[in-house]
Ligand binder design. Structure first.
Ligand code: BEZ
Length: 223
C-alpha cells in the first residue's frame, strides 16, 4: 500500500482502535475524515495536541468530519493516556474520549502511509510516528496532507480553517487566499475566463490592477 497522494482513494485499511476494530471507509460512512498521527502516548506535546483535538471535536463534528488518531502505542496505553488528556483539558464531566485512536503497535500502517519521523526514535532505535494529518473527503479521496516532525506541535484551529476552505472549494468554483477565514472574500481561479466569471459570480468580480497589466488577481464575495 503506497503512501496516498492528493486525489488518490485513501486505503481502506482495517485497524484496532479504542472503539474496537474499524475498516476506514465503513467507519467514515458519508462523512469527511481526518486521520492524524502523534509520536507517542504519555508525552508532553502530544498531550497538548490531543487535548486541543478533543476540545475541538464538536467543531469538526459540526463540519461533518470524523476524527481518528494513530500512534504506535498499545490500546491499553491509549485508554490510560486518554484519561490524562481529559484531565489536562479539565474535562471533569466528560468520561469518554470523543474519537477513536488506532493502536499501530507493529508500525504497519505508519510505514505504509509514510507517517514515520526518521529523526525521532524510541529506546530500541525504531522511528516514531511523525505528526501527520490526512483529510479525506466523502468520496474517500485524499484532499490534504500535512507532515510535521515530532518536535513541532500542530495548530488544530488551522486544520479547521483548511477544512472550511476544502469544503467551500468542493462546492463552489473559487479558491481561498492567504489567511482566508469563512466570510472573507475569495478568489476567482485563473481557469475561469472573464466573461464566464461575470455570470458565475453575480455579486461582482473586483480585479486588482497590477504593473504587468495581467488581470489575474480577481476577488469576489464568498458565495
Ligand atoms: C512530545 O510529544 O512531547 C514529543 C514526542 C516525541 C518527540 C518529541 C516530543
Amino acid at each position: 500500500m503506497p503512501a496516498p497522494l492528493l486525489g488518490d482513494v485513501f486505503p481502506n485499511f482495517e485497524a484496532d482502535t479504542t472503539i474496537g476494530k474499524i475498516k476506514l471507509h465503513d467507519y467514515l460512512e458519508d462523512s469527511w475524515g481526518i486521520l492524524f498521527s502523534h509520536p507517542r502516548d504519555y508525552t508532553p506535546v502530544c498531550t497538548t495536541e490531543l487535548g486541543r483535538a478533543a476540545e475541538l471535536n464538536p467543531e469538526f463534528a459540526k463540519r461533518n468530519v470524523k476524527m481518528i488518531g494513530l500512534s504506535i502505542d498499545s490500546l491499553e496505553a491509549h485508554h490510560g493516556w486518554s484519561t490524562d488528556i481529559l484531565a489536562y483539558n479539565n474535562d471533569d464531566n466528560v468520561s469518554k474520549f470523543p474519537f477513536p485512536i488506532i493502536a499501530d503497535e507493529k508500525r504497519e500502517l505508519a510505514v505504509s502511509l509514510g507517517m514515520l519521523d526518521p529523526n525521532e526514535k524510541d529506546q530500541t532505535g525504531m522511528p516514531l510516528t511523525a505528526r501527520c494529518v490526512f483529510v479525506i473527503g466523502p468520496d474517500k479521496k485524499l484532499k490534504l496532507s500535512l507532515l510535521y516532525p515530532a518536535t513541532t506541535g500542530r495548530n488544530f484551529y488551522e486544520i479547521l480553517r483548511v477544512i472550511d476552505s476544502l469544503q467551500l472549494t468542493a462546492q463552489k468554483r473559487v479558491a481561498t487566499p492567504v489567511d482566508w477565514k469563512p466570510g472573507d472574500r475569495v478568489m476567482v481561479p485563473p481557469n475561469i475566463p472573464e466573461e464566464e466569471a461575470k455570470t458565475i459570480f453575480p455579486d461582482g468580480v473586483y480585479t486588482k490592477e497590477l504593473p504587468s497589466g495581467k488581470k489575474y488577481l480577481r476577488y469576489t464575495p464568498q458565495p
